[in-house]
Design a protein around this ligand. Structure first.
Ligand code: RUQ
Ligand code: CUA
Length: 679
């Protein structure tokens, strides 16, 4: 059911149309069932009783997805300190899943004994410093895999702001397959993007570190000894996994590299990284210095970094990048010599750097400047060819002349951060200080319907302190001008108070196909972490598994060598090693009594032999801190030492069947020193 947008219509007339339409929708569903509308009431009566305006009713209908129906879009939102990725349906904003990424998560049995999750989490421990066992992460910027500049529904990458790590999620089963500790990068913020054919996933340092990483230097030697890196992590085209052996990095100055985006179409082959702190301030407010925030905000300009990554890959191939901590790193000197690194002045503590769907325009927002500045890639190319440089930075990197490469500036309001696009010639910029979203037009070659280029079209208030925003298919070459989700940092008074730690607020805004005005449809509280960025993909692009093919190891997505069929269950003891091949199906484990001796090393391989959609079992052992989710078709492996003697109940942790409570058994750990083992 769709409603025409009738912005010019008076409120009363609109209300009549909507209420009539909504009422008739109620009628039509009444025909199917036997009961009348809620409480025998009409839409008008419900609206009246609850004090809803016609606008409210319209918005409710816009967001509504009837029972049994699905959303048109799926949103992948970072989950901040939860270390997870939240998956929502759009427009309903219903939470579909929280994907465990950097933090153990019990429902999915991620990090609670099963080998797959444990291996993924361990795989993300950094080499430097050694012996670091990370059990949380701060998920920040999701990036969906792309083919020809459009989301392809295969993989999702997300970075850890806290620890310079990158994770890969397989969208066949929405689980994390890999975490990579990115060498030479200690912390990563917004440098995330995937190149238009998922050749690379990129991340850059947010705070530089002593160079080479692992060495020590006081921050007093910041300019001389600290460096950042831009990392180009090679994506295996078959599996989506990151192949560090084919990845490379580029040394960057100790500016704070921030948000980044990939070029596309005309600008394919280039990456754009915003930065702040060209001052190279280090803080030191209690050592006679100024706080970092003041020190880093003195200059009128910071630098947008331009990187020709296709050229960089050739330079690496030619052997011009020495290895550093396991990856080839192109030095700044080589990068300048090879003409693959340039800077562009960008005004006033910039944050976002976003490439429009045509690939021609790069929009940056200066946090302390009410304008967005729009650079023209064609002009950038000309300026590079003509060596139209205003100077070099202190590291010898050429700085292009601002006036030669700027296409336009639009005054959008206070605190512009990030920009998204609708494919209809518009950009949408979040205004943190103004708590608003601004809509403006891009360059003359992409504006439509006779609109004036580089002009503010509309601003709409949001609640409150918006960070990112995400448009449906917004980072692709072909955005859908349907919805925009505002990711607001503060909710203040919008929801039922739940104590001083307030929920975040995600707000759904209707874009009216890019032609109508933006219209705020719904608020959604987020109570489990601070989302940063999100990407919204057409749901029809996803082709997830409903069950695993029999005997699949979810960690490898390959047949598990220890998968078994019904009837192949067995226990094999070799000295003090006990290996158990078990099946799970409604409503029993086979075998359901496991006899071991204290100190035995135990391996359990459980195959859920069901192929029924949603017939998931769980497996938990009391007092052993083991919990796994056993999805149909999967084989899950555990390994532990039975160091506690006693009789331990294990049970299925998913309510799988009427006799779910009976789906349980015993791990009998005979105290060491006992004469017999019941095997
Ligand atoms: S950043 S609020 Cu942490 Cu993506 Cu701009
Ligand atoms: Cu299987 Cu509950």
């Amino acid at each position: 059911m769709t409603f025409p947008r009738i912005p010019a219509m008076g409120l009363l007339a609109l209300s009549a149309v909507l209420l009539a339409a909504a009422a008739s929708a109620g009628c039509s569903s009444d025909k199917k069932g036997t009961s009348p509308a809620a409480g025998g009431s009409t839409v008008d009566a419900i609206a009246k009783e609850r004090g809803l305006t016609p606008e409210d009713v319209k918005h409710a209908v816009q967001q509504f997805v009837p029972p049994g129906k699905r959303d048109e879009y799926v949103m992948f939102s970072s989950g901040g300190q939860s270390g997870q990725v939240f998956v929502y349906g759009v427009p309903s904003m219903r939470l579909l899943k929280s994907i465990a990424v950097f933090t153990p998560e019990p429902w999915q049995g991620y990090g609670y004994g099963a080998d797959a999750g444990a291996a993924v989490l361990k795989g993300g421990n950094p080499a430097i410093p050694a012996n670091t066992d990370l059990t949380w992460g701060d998920t920040h910027h999701p990036a969906l895999s792309e083919t020809n500049g459009d989301y392809d529904g295969r993989w999702l990458y997300i970075n850890d702001r806290a620890n310079g790590r990158m994770a890969m999620v397989d969208l066949r089963d929405f689980t994390t397959k890999q975490i990579v500790a990115v060498p030479n990068i200690q912390t990563s913020h917004g440098g995330m993007f995937v190149t238009p054919n998922s050749e690379y996933v990129h991340i850059s340092s947010t705070f530089p570190e002593p160079w080479p990483p692992g060495s020590y230097a006081d921050v007093k030697e910041y300019q001389a000894k600290y460096r950042s890196a831009s990392a180009w992590l090679k994506v295996d085209p078959a599996t989506g996994r990151i192949d560090l052996s084919k990845s490379f990095e580029i040394e960057l100055p100790p500016y704070n590299q921030d948000l980044a985006d990939a070029g596309k179409l005309v600008s394919d082959g280039w990456g754009f990284i915003g930065s702040f702190n060209s001052e190279m301030a280090t803080g030191g407010d209690s050592e006679g210095g100024v706080p970092l925030e003041a020190g880093a905000s003195k200059n009128n300009f910071d630098y947008l970094h331009l990187i020709n990554w296709k050229k960089a890959a050739e330079v690496v191939k030619a052997g011009k990048a020495p290895m550093q901590n396991g990856v080839p790193v192109i030095s700044m000197k080589t990068a300048v010599q090879e003409g693959l690194l340039y800077l562009i002045p960008e005004p006033k503590s910039p944050h976002g750097a976003d490439v429009d769907p045509s690939g021609r325009y790069i929009v940056v927002g200066g946090k302390l400047d009410p304008h967005v500045t729009i650079f023209d890639f064609n002009k950038i190319q000309t300026a590079i060819q003509n060596k139209d440089f205003e100077k070099s930075d202190p590291f010898g990197i050429p700085v292009l002349k601002f006036d030669s490469v700027v296409a336009g500036q639009v005054e959008v309001g206070a605190g512009p951060l990030h920009t998204q696009f609708d494919g209809q010639g518009h950009g949408y910029t979040s205004l943190f200080l103004a708590s608003a979203v601004a809509k403006f037009t891009l360059g003359p070659d992409v504006v439509k319907n006779g609109e004036k280029p580089f002009t503010l079209v509309q601003t709409i208030p949001v609640h409150y302190n918006i960070g990112h925003l995400a448009v449906t298919e917004g980072d692709t070459a072909h955005p859908d001008a349907k919805y925009l989700v505002a990711l607001d940092k503060w909710s203040i008074d919008r929801f039922q108070p739940v104590g001083p730690l307030h929920p975040q607020n995600l707000q759904l805004i209707d874009l009216g196909g890019g032609k109508g005005p933006m219209d705020l449809v719904a608020d959604m509280p987020v109570g489990n972490g601070e989302p940063h960025y999100a990407e919204i993909m057409k749901a029809s692009k996803l082709k997830p598994l409903v069950v695993y093919p029999p005997g699949t190891n979810p960690g490898t997505m390959q047949p598990d060598p220890n998968a078994i069929k019904f009837g192949q269950e067995r226990v094999v003891r070799t000295g003090s090693n006990v290996e158990i091949w078990m099946t799970a199906q409604r409503s029993h484990f086979t075998p359901d009594i496991l006899r071991v001796k204290q100190g035995d090393h135990v391996k359990i391989h459980i195959t859920n032999i069901e192929q029924t959609e949603d017939a998931t079992h769980g497996f938990a052992i009391a007092d052993y801190n083991i919990q796994a989710s056993l999805e149909p078709g999967s084989t899950t492996n555990f390994e532990f030492t039975a160091d506690k003697s006693g009789s331990y109940n294990f049970y299925c942790t998913e309510f799988c069947s009427a006799l779910h409570l009976e789906m349980a058994g015993w791990l009998l750990v005979e105290p060491s020193g006992s004469a017999t083992i019941g095997q």
